[in-house]
Design a protein around this ligand. Structure first.
Ligand code: THU
Length: 165
C-alpha cells in the first residue's frame, strides 16, 4: 500500500501511477486539471474550503463537481457526492478513477460519508487520486480508504424478499 506523496510534474511519478492503476497519462493529467478547475465552481461561503472532484468513466468521459454548502450547515454537500450525483443521474454506470483537489497541502482525502457514497457505485479497486494545492498527490484504492466496507451486495435484491402476510 502506497501512501507516499507524489508529484504530478514528475513524469516518473505519473507513469508509475498510470501503470499501477491502468490509466493513460492524458487521463491522469485531465483528472488533475479538471478536479483543480472544479474548485472554482464551489459554493463554500461558510468554510471557504474549496473542493473539486472529477470522475473518469469507463468509456472515457469526465464528470466534475464541487462542494455546495448551506446556511443550515449539515445540509451542505461534498464535491465527491455532487459529482457522483451528476454522473449517476446522467446515466453513467462504470467508473475508472476519481480525483479530488483542495487548496491545502498535504492532500485532503474524501470524508467518511463520501467514501461510503462512492462505495455504492465503484469497484473496491477504484483509485482515488487526491491532489493538493501544488499538484502533489496521494493515490489509494477505495478498499484502502474504506476497509471492510458495507455495500449493496450485502442486501437482498429488490424483488427477492420473502412475500409478507
Ligand atoms: N468537503 C468536501 O467537499 N469533500 C470532502 O471529502 C471533505 C470536505 C467539503 C465540505 C465542506 O463544504 C468543506 O469541504 C469543509 O468541510
Amino acid at each position: 500500500m502506497s501512501t507516499s506523496i507524489l508529484s504530478s510534474t514528475d513524469e516518473a511519478h505519473v507513469s508509475q501511477t498510470c501503470k499501477a492503476y491502468s490509466l493513460e497519462s492524458t487521463q491522469f493529467h485531465a483528472l488533475h486539471s479538471r478536479s483543480a478547475g472544479a474548485k472554482a465552481t464551489a459554493y463554500c461561503p461558510y468554510s471557504q474550503f474549496r473542493v473539486g472532484a472529477s470522475i473518469l468513466t469507463d468509456d472515457g468521459q469526465y464528470i466534475d463537481g464541487a462542494n455546495v454548502e448551506n446556511a443550515s450547515y449539515p445540509v451542505g454537500t461534498c464535491a465527491e457526492r455532487v459529482a457522483f450525483g451528476k454522473a449517476i443521474t446522467e446515466g453513467h454506470k462504470k467508473f475508472k478513477a476519481i480525483a479530488v483537489a483542495t487548496d491545502i497541502s498535504p492532500p485532503a482525502s474524501p470524508c467518511g460519508m463520501c467514501r461510503q457514497f462512492i462505495r455504492e457505485f465503484c469497484e473496491l479497486q477504484t483509485p482515488i487520486i487526491m491532489f493538493d494545492k501544488d499538484g502533489n498527490f496521494v493515490v489509494m484504492r477505495l478498499e484502502q480508504l474504506l476497509p471492510l466496507s458495507f455495500g449493496p451486495e450485502a442486501l437482498p435484491r429488490p424483488g427477492s424478499l420473502p412475500a409478507r402476510g
